[in-house]
Design a protein around this ligand. Structure first.
Ligand code: LLP
Length: 427
């Protein structure tokens, strides 16, 4: 469910008309709905709590929002105010989470290539755990912690070697992916960590992929994680936490909907069968994808003699790369749909490569230059993956709450863009 809807022939985000935002901020522009962010977070939390899935000290499980999905500080703050934590993968993301008011003890630090500096920053920031992805990284965390006179609180990331389906570029849970260690390695590393002066192992973690639409591979991976926790405990090791990652898919178009948070929570409760551990999660997409749209303006309708109709818009692959990168589908909605028979368009951006195509052969209401369109479900992995390719200005972001809205990242100016660069004096 989301808070974007057609009212009297125009598309609204909560109580603000998207056309009004486009008019003032210009296009392209990302617009996010606070109510949708809040709803997705609370629906997930409530579903987990209803199934008896608990966090530390019997409280709510830690829902560490995957900052990579949408890292705008205002978005993070919206979630932090509801009690969300943050799953981070760089010093930059930790800094964003802290700036949004997420306390260190609700920040998880993941990622396969953490540097010594980043580890030191994370430890000094009091992050709740460092999810260690390999043996060398574990030793580095230990060295860094000891040089700071402390122990690093770690969890070992396991690669459960299951196939989660979905696009190959976002699958993470097969043994030939770069993420995590095998179960047997995890046991060995955990025992080593327990005897290491620079480490405090507290748990284990896994994340098997993204946009997962089938609970079976998750259940398979989670059952294996339960076995691991039990084996570690049988060896006399203390395992306090279990982080089950993110990955639950969202509906991008009219296909059978992915499992609901309630189905997901039920699956976890039945798979874990009362395993007494503090649970945490790292959802990204399911919290924010349907909470955001990218609004663009139609520049030209270009009809080729062979019959193709290109709808050229002012957004491009540098603003929303998912279609070019993963062949991802985003619904396209006219802000004020015109009456008349649907027309089949190729919707393309202005960038000088054929990959700058959002969709081919899409039937849409008739479009004309000046019309505004919205790419739906663009709140996750949208603005965060944008760039200035073709020297296009970085796309701005707006947050709506009820009938209020604010620019939460302004469009830079061309001066900003040029002033970041330096010309050597010998040129
Ligand atoms: N935790 C870890 C360790 C991850 O690597 C990821 C996503 C998540 C959590 C959050 O997963 P989610 O709940 O959002 O599925 N750019 C791609 C998606 C890449 C996902 C990478 N890892 C896309 O646009 O589809």
């Amino acid at each position: 469910m989301n808070h974007f809807e057609l009212r009297d022939g125009a598309l609204w985000c909560e109580d603000v008309s998207l056309a009004a935002i486009a008019q003032e901020v210009g296009t392209p522009v990302y617009v996010y709905s606070s109510a949708t962010l809040e709803r997705h977070y609370t629906v997930l939390r409530d579903a987990l709590v209803a199934e008896g899935i608990r966090g530390e000290h019997g409280g709510d499980p830690l829902i560490a929002f995957a900052v990579k999905a949408n890292s705008n500080v205002a978005v993070l703050k919206t979630l932090a105010q509801l009690g969300a934590g943050a799953d981070t993968v760089s010093e930059g993301e930790i800094r964003r989470a802290l700036a949004a008011g997420v306390p260190g003890e609700r920040i998880v630090f993941s990622g396969v290539g953490k540097t010594a500096d980043e580890l030191a920053f994370a430890i000094r920031s009091g992050v709740s755990e460092i999810n260690v992805e390999s043996e060398p990284e574990m030793h580095l965390a230990s060295q860094v912690a000891q040089s700071l006179g402390t122990r690093a609180t770690i969890a070992i990331r396991v690669n459960p070697d299951v196939s989660a389906g979905g696009h190959a570029k976002i699958a993470t849970g097969k043994a030939d992916n770069k993420f995590g260690v095998s179960f047997s390695e995890a046991e060995r590393l955990y025992a080593q960590a327990a005897n290491n002066a620079g480490l405090k192992p507290v748990g284990v973690t896994c994340h098997i992929g993204s946009q997962i639409s089938d609970l079976a591979p998750m259940a398979e991976a989670f059952a294996k994680m339960k076995g691991l926790v039990q084996r570690l405990r049988a060896e006399g090791l203390s395992v306090e936490r279990l982080d089950l990652g993110g990955g639950l898919g969202v509906p991008y178009f009219n296909q059978p909907p992915p499992p609901s948070p309630a189905d997901y929570a039920r699956m976890i409760a039945s798979t874990m069968g009362g395993l007494d551990v503090a649970y945490s999660f790292e959802p990204g997409r399911m919290i924010c994808a349907n909470a955001g749209v990218l609004v663009a303006e139609v520049l030209h309708i270009h009809e080729r003699p062979e019959g193709r109709k290109f709808c050229v818009i002012d957004a491009a692959m540098n603003d929303l790369i998912r279609p070019a990168m993963y062949d991802a589908y985003h619904e396209i909605q006219a802000l004020s749909p015109r009456a008349g028979e649907a027309v089949t368009y190729d919707v393309v951006g202005p960038i000088c490569e054929t990959g700058d195509t959002f969709t081919r052969d899409r039937a849409l209401p008739p479009l004309a230059p000046g019309d505004l369109v919205a790419f739906m479900s663009a709140g996750a992995y949208g603005a965060v993956m944008s760039s200035e390719y073709n020297s296009r200005l970085l796309v701005p972001e707006v947050l709506v709450k009820g009938d209020r809205w604010s620019v939460i990242r302004p469009r830079p100016t061309y001066e900003d863009m040029l002033n970041r660069e330096r010309t050597p004096d010998w040129l």
